[in-house]
Design a protein. Structure first.
Length: 590
């Protein structure tokens, strides 16, 4: 019986219990190619043998940079870890300067890239990274060594005993990976996670996820370089779930229809986009169909779990599911019973409407430093409460500090920040990790996040403002794609808003309004400004007078990761957004 104490134990556990033909599935040239559990392990061992022949020592660092999730990534991950070396995953979309910083800071000796674009960025800085011996790619690229060379180099099994010996020397408390968090400010920080950090988190989260072991199918497309998706991949392996890797965010809706997954992870921004797309289709309906569509949506927005709305509501909901919501589900493959959401706050209206549609989104909470899960909702046993991030998982302890900050303790807490004792000391105090988030635990044990400690600010009148609360409320408007609330030290809160340009065009057509063709024309259209003002005024009603957004300016750019507005997990880079729109800031505050 395989006891799971290190990350590379997961595939062996899967082999023993499920041994599935489609453990990992990736689409190449239009065809889904399956890798069985046996082949997954065989290839990982081949990679380990090759790495040993290339001179890889225990504690060496090997970087993986992939634009999309794919089978090769998981094989490399296990192949690296079995040698006692560490896997350093890097976000593909960060700048080449950040590539240079991370490759130098981590001391990576080899780097594996997915495609031309990532290779191009690595080649631009390669001469500044003296420790980097070689770059290999997953795709066939002229002039670049291919990862398959390792499959050839490791084919001869004569050094498998050395691999086994290396594996046996790896302890659960040993460092497994360094994950660089892009952070909303400054240089990336290298979070050191041990095998036990992540293993304990997988095993602690496992009872919360209602899988049919050995029978479920998952769609994986969130970046695996982020701890959330990576931890989930190990969890899928633990449950014998077939993992299908999405080609890209653009193709995700096609992939979902082809794969028909039972489960997938998502971030709130993506769930918002799915909802907006469905809503826009509803606006195009006519007559009775339109009436029924909006009746179902309004019903969904009032949803409470466990029949709390009473018999008459549940009767109507049954009908709405049959007539309307079943079509939503069919559009997402027909089998999707569960979405797990993390990385940012999920709007309660989305939690309600998707649960009403029988595709519940289970919101969780955690950080890279906590491997990552601290708490997560679970639809079973009254473990789901809208507007919370669920109850704490097994073995994780949380206490709320006097200022409301969430402090966390447990086997999932990182070893520290790589080469940064000072920062580690600030974050880890008396065994508790300081999350930087403000929250509370209610009488039933549900954790609620109310704000980021670092992001709260005071107006000149001495009133505290929680920007995230305002931003999440404002993003409920279909007219508002992105928003950043400003006003630190100023007399009132204000905001930069990136409108939803696509939706504004649809709105213009419906109302016979020429909104304009370019983004610049759209944001200076008085009718558009007036309509967004109306949205802000309505949503402001929920807040105290001192919190209300008194002024805003619209931005013509679409805020993006590439543009520097957002981190790879789609959080606002507040400092950079402020720098970009400093003229608008001065305009607002004269």
């Amino acid at each position: 019986m395989t006891e799971i104490t290190r990350l590379f134990d997961f595939p062996y556990f899967q082999l023993e219990h499920y041994n599935i033909p489609d453990a990992l599935v990736t689409k190449y040239n239009g065809v889904w190619v399956k890798t069985s559990t046996e082949e997954y392990i065989a290839k990982a061992n081949t990679i380990s043998r090759a790495l040993l022949r290339m001179g890889v020592q225990k504690e060496d660092k090997i970087a993986l940079i992939s634009t999309n999730n794919r089978t090769e990534w998981s094989i490399m991950d296990i192949g690296i870890l079995q040698t006692g070396a560490q896997n350093v995953p890097i976000y593909p979309t960060i700048s080449e300067d950040d590539y240079e910083y991370i490759l130098n800071h981590s001391g990576a000796i080899y780097c594996f890239v997915s495609d031309d674009e990532v290779l191009r960025k690595v080649n631009l800085i390669k001469q500044n990274v003296p420790n980097l011996k070689e770059v290999f790619s997953f795709n066939e690229i002229d002039g670049c060594k291919n990862w398959k060379e390792l499959l050839v180099l490791g084919e001869d099994q004569s050094n498998q005993d050395v691999v086994d010996d290396r594996k046996n020397q790896v302890k659960s408390e040993d460092l497994a990976t360094i994950i660089y968090t892009s952070g909303t400010t400054g240089k990336p920080k290298g979070v050191m996670l041990s095998h036990n950090n992540i293993v304990s988190n997988v095993l602690g989260s496992a009872p919360r996820i209602p899988f049919s072991a050995g029978k479920s199918r998952a769609m994986s497309f969130l970046p695996v370089c982020h701890i959330f998706e990576r931890m989930i991949l190990y969890l899928y392996q633990y449950y014998g779930v077939s993992v299908y890797f999405g080609e890209s965010i653009d193709k995700i809706s096609d992939n979902i229809k082809e794969v028909k997954p039972d489960v997938m992870t998502a971030v709130p921004r993506l769930i918002e986009k799915v909802y907006d797309k469905i809503y826009s289709k509803g606006l195009e309906l006519k007559g009775l169909k339109r009436i029924l569509f909006f009746w179902a949506i309004n019903l969904g927005l009032r949803y409470e779990p466990y029949g709390a709305n009473g018999f008459w509501y549940e009767t109507q909901l049954k009908l709405a599911r049959k007539l309307i919501f079943s079509k939503w589900k069919a559009g997402l493959g027909g089998n999707l019973d569960l979405m797990v959401s993390g990385s940012a706050a999920l709007q309660p209206r989305l939690a309600r409407v998707f649960a009403a549609a029988e595709m519940p989104v289970m919101e969780g909470y955690g950080l890279t430093e906590t491997s990552p899960v601290i708490a997560v909702n679970d639809i079973r046993n009254h473990g789901f409460k809208v507007g919370t991030v669920g109850k704490l998982i097994d073995n994780v302890e949380v206490k709320i500090a006097e200022d409301g900050e969430i402090l966390c303790k447990g086997p999932n807490i990182m070893l520290g920040y790589y080469k940064d004792e000072e920062l580690t000391k600030q974050a880890l105090v008396n065994g508790y990790f300081h999350t930087g988030d403000i929250g509370e635990i209610d009488s039933e044990g549900f954790l609620r996040i109310t704000d980021r400690k670092k992001e709260m600010f005071k107006t000149s009148g001495g009133k505290y403002i929680s920007p995230q609360l305002l931003e999440n409320a404002m993003k409920q408007s279909r007219f508002i794609e992105q928003i950043m609330v400003i006003g630190d030290g100023q007399k009132m809160p204000a905001a930069f808003i990136q409108p939803n340009f696509e939706y504004l065009k649809t709105w213009g057509k419906l109302h016979g309004i020429q909104v304009g063709t370019t983004n610049e024309e759209i944001i200076s259209n008085p009718k558009v400004i007036e309509r967004i003002q109306e949205e802000v005024d309505n949503l402001n009603e929920k807040f105290g007078n001192w919190e209300k957004i008194k002024r805003f300016e619209l931005t013509p750019d679409v805020w993006s990761i590439a543009g520097g507005h957002l981190t790879p997990t789609l959080k606002l880079k507040r400092k950079i957004v402020m720098e970009k729109y400093i003229d608008l800031f001065h305009k607002i505050y004269n």
